[in-house]
Design a protein around this ligand. Structure first.
Ligand code: ZN
Ligand code: ZN
Length: 370
């Protein structure tokens, strides 16, 4: 056995001088890669996984590592140095196996095997805000129904003064093995649903679930420049985890309501403003409301046609997480007067006789037909 065994340092793919943290991260990386759960049915992976474990068991322990450095694998064989305490595949392996689950899955916030710990669900909250709010940004107070850890039982689910008992079906492992022909299948324990514990006296506040529903008030900071569909993530504000697991996240999905005056195009704002026939013809000035609740003046040159756009720099929307600001575009529509008095009609008819050569479009239209 000792002659064919791979060097522990090679197994962990580290230098002989590697320090503890290097060892640990090398071990984690390899254990993740070769974990039997990630390589179902792959025997090589299982062997590699065991080798990695064994190597780490020895090298993480200062005394064992020193012995290994001096004597090699012989240090852990019968009759060798520290004979009885050898890591082997026996008890030592079993311990480190569960350690790894804690390490890799527990700490990574995943479902921890045998503990029933589970990360809480993510929550989605839809919020509609006005264009003005998107312009200024705001702090919104929201009420969300969330399930939180039950205070009466601190999330254990067991009545005060009692404790959950280790599940007798699976012995606390949360999983049971079942032989089926040549195969041994492992599945979630049916008695405890994988928690590894059973509750005899459930907590009355949460009926044993360990969680209760509460309205929670949260203030959400909505930054300037958010757009329709912007998602804000509030880490850890989702549902409480099950049995001490980490909480989920809360996602705020924003929609920006359509505005009476402005249409948004990225950071630019567009609006359409009616101007009188006379202003359009003679030129002039008019005021438009801006998104910052102010007003801007637009100068109209004489002879302005419907559809002409005027740009007001810097009066658009702020760009999310930047110092840029868009522009505002004002498009004019020349209005034809209605409900004219007799006098006005006469004046216009009189005027009409004088402007045959002044209207640009009819002139072009007539000439094109000649
Ligand atoms: Zn409770
Ligand atoms: Zn069980």
């Amino acid at each position: 056995m000792s002659t064919t065994k791979r060097c522990y340092y090679e197994t962990l793919e580290v230098e002989r001088s590697a320090d503890d943290s290097t060892l640990k991260s090398a071990f984690r990386k390899l254990a993740m890669k070769w974990h039997p759960d990630r390589n179902p049915g792959d025997n090589t992976a299982e062997v590699r996984f065991k080798e990695i474990n064994e190597a780490y068991e020895v090298l993480k322990d200062g005394d064992k590592r020193a012995a290994y450095d001096r004597y090699g694998h012989a240090a852990f064989e019968q009759g060798g140095f520290g004979g009885g305490g050898g890591p082997g595949f026996g008890a030592g392996f079993a311990t480190s196996f569960s350690d790894i689950f804690e390490d890799l899955f527990g700490m990574a916030g995943q479902r921890g095997r045998g503990t029933g710990r589970e990360r809480g669900a993510d929550l989605r909250y839809n919020m509609e805000i006005s264009l003005e709010d998107a312009f200024k940004g705001k702090t919104a107070q929201i009420e969300i129904p969330v399930s939180v850890t039950c205070e009466s039982c601190s999330g254990s689910g067991a009545k005060a003064g009692t404790k959950p008992k280790t599940c007798s079906t699976c012995g606390g492992a949360g999983r049971v093995r079942q032989a089926q022909g040549f195969f041994t299948l492992e599945r979630t324990c049916p008695s405890c649903q994988g928690r590894g514990q059973t509750i005899e006296d459930p907590c009355p506040s949460c009926t044993g679930s360990g969680r209760v529903t509460k309205e929670r008030s949260l203030s959400v900071n909505i930054p300037q420049g958010v757009e329709d569909g912007t998602r804000i993530r509030l880490a850890g504000e989702g549902e409480a985890g099950v049995r001490g697991g980490p909480p989920g996240d809360l996602y705020i999905f924003l929609s920006v309501a359509s505005h009476a005056i402005f249409q948004r195009d990225g950071a630019d704002l567009h609006c359409r403003v009616p101007i009188s026939m006379v202003t359009a013809a003679l030129g002039g000035e008019f005021e438009v409301p801006t998104i910052d609740r102010g007003k801007s003046k637009v100068k109209v040159p004489s002879g302005t046609q419907t559809g002409r756009r005027f740009r007001i720099a810097g009066k658009g929307m702020p760009v999310l997480r930047s110092r840029q600001v868009g522009d505002m575009y004002v498009q004019v529509a020349v209005e034809t007067p209605q409900n004219l008095t007799k006098k006005q009609q006469e004046l216009l008819a009189e005027f009409e006789k004088t402007i045959v050569r002044c209207n640009p479009n009819p002139r072009r239209w007539v000439s094109s037909r000649k």
